[in-house]
Design a protein around this ligand. Structure first.
Ligand code: PAF
Length: 316
């Protein structure tokens, strides 16, 4: 069904100028009417993005896109939509930074891996917020230079029923749609979040431990066996929480390994850049959920220990 564009003068604040943040910003800023801001915590990078804009590489064509970038939300003034593209462990500090933008007539949509940020948003964010999952492929080639790797579905929805803000959610979906980002509004976002979560539980930590692209994990019998155990434990926890993660979660995870076979997972990228990983938001969060439910998840406990030991070699 054709939906008319949401119209002029949308002001969008995207927090976190990583690959996904820059991709969303570039696509939305290509809509001439929209004023797109990137909120950054690094002054030098914010200055660079504000003066040079973004470069979006789509199928070997490079587009220069003008965006605004700022260190402080006060520079933005007001926002129609706030999008979080920061790492899961940075959600709490990002909330502090956008607090002046939070209002009852705008929406925050959080696109993080894992499930650890849900509680943080619930406890700390003062305005309406929704969760998002996306299969859009994007890779950063330098500050503000993003390569679009391929299209995939984007789904947004409220973690708990928020009927009074539903129009806001639909308006936000239309902003994504107008930017050529195929977006569905779901009343069952938890299912979509958990399906992605199960895939990340199976792939990310093992890609770090085996130090390999996603496709190689299932090439070794040990990798395949450990992935299957990690996914089976995640499914046990999901079932105990009454969350339907699909007919064959193992096949789903193995398929993602294949379809992203040459990808370096986000967790392995973090390790290679000597950054803090999202292990606590993914396998760590699963272990915590399992403990609360009295379920044993030894494979995930082992994955957490092993990734933390690798992190300890370069963090602190
Ligand atoms: O975190 C990631 O890297 C991605 O979610 C996935 C699906 C594992 C592909 O690399």
């Amino acid at each position: 069904m054709f939906s008319p564009p949401v119209g002029a003068d949308m002001r969008i604040a995207i927090v976190g100028p990583g690959a996904l943040g820059c991709f969303f910003a570039a696509r939305m800023a290509q809509q001439q009417d929209h004023e797109v801001w990137l909120l950054d915590h690094l002054k030098e990078r914010a200055d660079l993005l504000d003066s040079a804009g973004l470069k979006l590489i789509e199928r070997e064509k490079t587009f220069s896109v003008k965006v605004r970038a700022a260190l402080c939300p006060e520079e933005i003034g007001r926002a129609d939509l706030i999008i979080f593209c920061v790492k899961s462990h940075d959600v709490s500090s990002a909330i502090e930074r956008v607090r002046p933008l939070a209002a009852d007539d705008n929406l925050l949509i959080a696109f993080q891996n894992g499930i650890a940020h849900h509680r943080v948003l619930q406890e700390e964010y003062p305005g309406p917020w929704a969760l998002g999952v996306t299969a859009q492929g994007a890779a950063l080639e330098g500050p503000g230079i993003v390569r679009h790797g391929g299209d995939g579905a984007t789904i947004i929805g409220f973690a708990s029923p928020e009927e009074r803000f539903f129009a806001l959610l639909e308006k936000s979906a239309q902003i994504f749609e107008d930017a050529g980002i195929n977006t569905e509004v779901s009343r069952k976002i938890r299912i979509h979040v958990w399906r992605k979560f199960v895939v990340n539980v199976g792939i990310n930590a093992l890609s770090v431990i085996l130090n390999c692209p996603n496709g190689k994990i299932c090439d070794s019998p040990l990798g395949r066996e450990r992935l299957a155990k990690a996914v089976a434990e995640a499914v046990l926890v999901a079932s105990a929480k009454d969350i339907e993660v699909g007919a064959d979660p193992l096949a789903m995870t193995e398929n993602v390994c294949k379809s992203t076979s040459i990808n370096i997972s986000s967790m392995l990228q973090d390790v290679r850049l000597k950054k803090k990983t999202e292990i606590e938001a993914i396998n760590g969060a699963l272990v915590r959920e399992a403990r609360m439910l009295g379920i044993s998840v030894p494979e995930n406990e082992k994955l957490v220990r092993e990734v933390k030991a690798i992190e300890a070699q370069y963090l602190f």
